[in-house]
Design a protein around this ligand. Structure first.
Ligand code: ASP
Length: 329
């Protein structure tokens, strides 16, 4: 029988409200992983599942230390247990895509790592958590899943860590992969992953995560942004900055002149965009300002990449090479 390690971190899937019709005023991260498992007895037909609790928080309150624990536990389990089929992680939906992308960059094992959450608390009428969890395990034990890296299973869709993002505040179909679509589907007829995964980049497979993480901030582009924010972050010595530029990752004149005037050390800086889909390409001024285009990474995933690049001690040119490699992969 397949063997699954279920790592619980909290979120709405583990949330409780006072009544079945309450969908918004609930407490996330109340039920433990064992409770989630017990609520879906059908899982016993799919796999032998062992449960560990990494955290029990709303994912807005997730900390770097939770990430360190999660990564350490997955690496250790894959290394020590050759008969482990895969890992399933229950997670709040708000930052699920960041954890998925983090794991994609750090976990070098073909066995599946599947993240799953819910948009309705466990107490809701028609809670989506139990079926999502069942389907996440269905994917994790399927013969099609290995080699795809970290996957997100929500509402019957299987999404890739790199593209998946939360696109709605309400409703069970809140995840999408803009510009690409889901990798596949899962239902009662099985797991459908029609596309091969190709070769996969795991640029930080050997990276040890520290107790103290660098600081990487995200700036949001808009009409007349206050460039003092940028100067503040530069003076504060942030190790990384992500610009959520307008359009194809454009900075305002005020931001460009604040960057041009800055004589101190430049952090790693990526230009992402606020459009929600489409790439940011390099432009003529990137080199002068010390910027790099984030390609198709959204700002929060660009930040995850900068966190790891900074931990790895990369400079701008090493990061540039990595971005080229990632764009190919
Ligand atoms: N507040 C929740 C979280 O932990 C939202 C959810 O899980 O859907 O991200």
């Amino acid at each position: 029988m397949a063997r699954i390690l279920l790592l619980a971190t909290g979120g709405t899937i583990a949330g409780q409200a006072d009544a079945g019709a309450i969908l918004n005023s609930y407490t996330a991260g109340v039920l433990g992983g064992e409770d989630l498992l017990a609520a879906v007895p059908q899982l016993q037909e799919l796999a032998a599942i062992s449960v560990e609790q990494i955290a029990n928080v709303d994912s807005a309150d997730l900390l770097f230390d939770h990430w360190r624990l999660l990564v350490g536990r997955i690496r250790e389990a894959f290394q020590a247990e050759p008969d482990l089929t895969g890992v399933v992680i229950t997670h709040g939906t708000n930052t699920l895509e960041e954890t998925a992308w983090l794991l994609q960059l750090l976990i070098d094992d073909p066995r599946p790592v599947v993240l799953v959450g819910a948009m309705r608390p466990a107490t809701a009428l028609s809670a989506d958590g139990p079926l999502n969890l069942f389907q996440a395990v269905q994917v994790a034990v399927s013969l099609e899943a290995p080699g795809h890296g970290a996957l997100v299973v929500m509402d019957g869709q299987i999404q890739a860590a790199r593209q998946v993002t939360k696109v709605a505040t309400q409703g069970v179909g809140a995840f999408a992969s803009p510009g690409r679509g889901p990798l596949g589907w899962v239902d009662d007829t099985g797991v459908h992953l029609p596309m091969g995964s190709g070769s996969r980049q795991v640029p930080f497979a050997a990276l040890d995560l520290p107790e103290q993480w660098p600081q990487v901030a995200i700036l949001y582009g808009c009409v007349e942004p206050d460039a003092r924010m940028l100067t503040f972050f530069l003076e504060a010595g942030m190790q990384g900055l992500v610009f959520t530029g307008t359009g194809a990752g454009q900075l305002s004149a005020g931001e460009r002149s604040a960057l041009g005037a800055w004589a101190g050390p430049r952090p790693l800086m990526l230009r992402a965009n606020r459009c929600g889909s489409g790439p940011v390409h390099s432009d003529a001024e990137d080199e002068r300002f010390g910027l790099l285009p984030a390609g198709s990474l959204n700002p929060q995933k660009a930040r995850v990449l900068l966190l790891l690049a900074s931990i790895a001690g990369m400079d701008r040119s090493a990061l540039e090479e990595l971005m080229i490699d990632l764009a190919r992969g």
